[in-house]
Design a protein around this ligand. Structure first.
Ligand code: FAD
Length: 281
């Protein structure tokens, strides 16, 4: 349970962190809140030679409106996002889901950037940013680039980020007037999702549904979205929740159980997003 020997470097700005990544290449790993990376290092599933600590870069800790979007700095901690007034008003689905991550200790250390960059299909926030059609901003040696959430999650613990890039910002379209729902099924109160479902209601676009732990990467429930667009009721559409998914098959939750959960939780999340009336979607 002791990590392999490593060098520790602390960056005080994004530019400094980028310089350290360029210097050490693939031997380096960024450390944000450490709540996913450190457990992996202790289990020796990750053994970076150099850890670049970005945990004190204050310039990446903010939530603010910028025109049609809410811009969230990648180092914003789950607790701060959950309790932020702007986030709660303008992107309530994301703010709510941040408050459903783990326990208070995890939420006071873990960051939205770390959660997204880790690419864990069992994480909650990726499903929310997918449903919100957020845009992720990465900075690298060649400057900044924007990546739509739909193109960010590439596979199991794999994202579109290069080893020399830092996720700096998450840009979430403002959605104060759209209904939303989030359902997370766990064995115990603070556990990871066995399955989770995030729904952002329609208007001006169609309702969007993100799934937690239903494949190798965080995914959208596109069959549900298509059914809703074709006029299905939320209950009818939810029956399609497991289509095109490949949930993990584990002793405590089989793939079949997860498929069943996905349909039940999707129906509940759609209902909540609709505010009790299918017309509300
Ligand atoms: C007990 C426990 C319970 C948990 N329960 C849940 C849960 O219920 N739901 C849930 O969603 N999550 C859960 N988590 C995970 C938690 O949300 C983590 O905080 C999160 O996944 C990672 O964020 P972090 O800031 O700690 O990142 P770190 O662990 O520091 O980093 C994770 C990975 O992302 C990379 N990275 C970090 N920041 C950046 C960046 N800005 N740019 C590029 N790469 C970056 C790192 O190099 C590393 O590979 C739990 C964790 C623990 C320990």
């Amino acid at each position: 349970m002791i990590p392999a020997t490593l060098s520790y470097r602390r960056a005080s700005s994004v530019d400094e962190a980028l310089g350290m990544l360029a210097e050490h290449g693939e031997d380096a790993k960024l450390l944000a809140g450490g709540h996913s990376l450190l457990p992996l290092m202790k289990l020796r599933l990750a053994a970076p030679e150099v850890v670049v600590d970005i945990g004190r870069i204050e310039e990446l800790r903010y939530v603010r409106t910028e025109g049609d979007v809410v811009a969230i700095g990648a180092m914003t901690r789950h607790h701060d996002l959950h309790t932020d007034g702007v986030a709660g008003r303008e992107v309530p689905l994301v703010a709510h889901v941040a408050g459903e991550v783990g326990d208070p200790q995890v939420r006071h250390r873990g960051t939205i950037g770390g959660s997204l960059a880790h690419g864990d299909p069992a994480a909650d926030l990726p499903a929310a940013v997918l449903a919100c059609d957020a845009t992720l901003v990465a900075r690298g040696p060649d400057g900044a680039r924007e990546i739509p959430a739909a193109e960010f999650f590439a596979g199991l613990f794999t994202t579109a980020l290069g080893p020399d890039e830092i996720l700096t910002e998450i840009r979430v379209p403002r959605a104060a007037d759209r209904g939303w729902g989030f359902e997370k099924f766990t064995r115990r109160r603070f556990d990871w999702s066995i399955v989770g479902v995030a729904v952002l209601g329609g208007s001006p676009t169609q309702p969007a549904v993100g799934l937690v732990n239903m494949g190798e990467a965080p995914i959208r429930a596109t069959a549900v979205e298509r059914a809703l667009a074709a006029g299905a009721t939320p209950a009818e559409a939810a029956e399609h929740a497991a289509e095109g998914t490949s949930p993990p098959d584990e002793p405590h939750a089989s793939a079949g159980y997860r498929r069943h959960l996905a349909t039940v939780l999707t129906a509940r999340a759609l209902e909540r997003a609709a505010g009790g009336s299918p017309a509300g979607l």
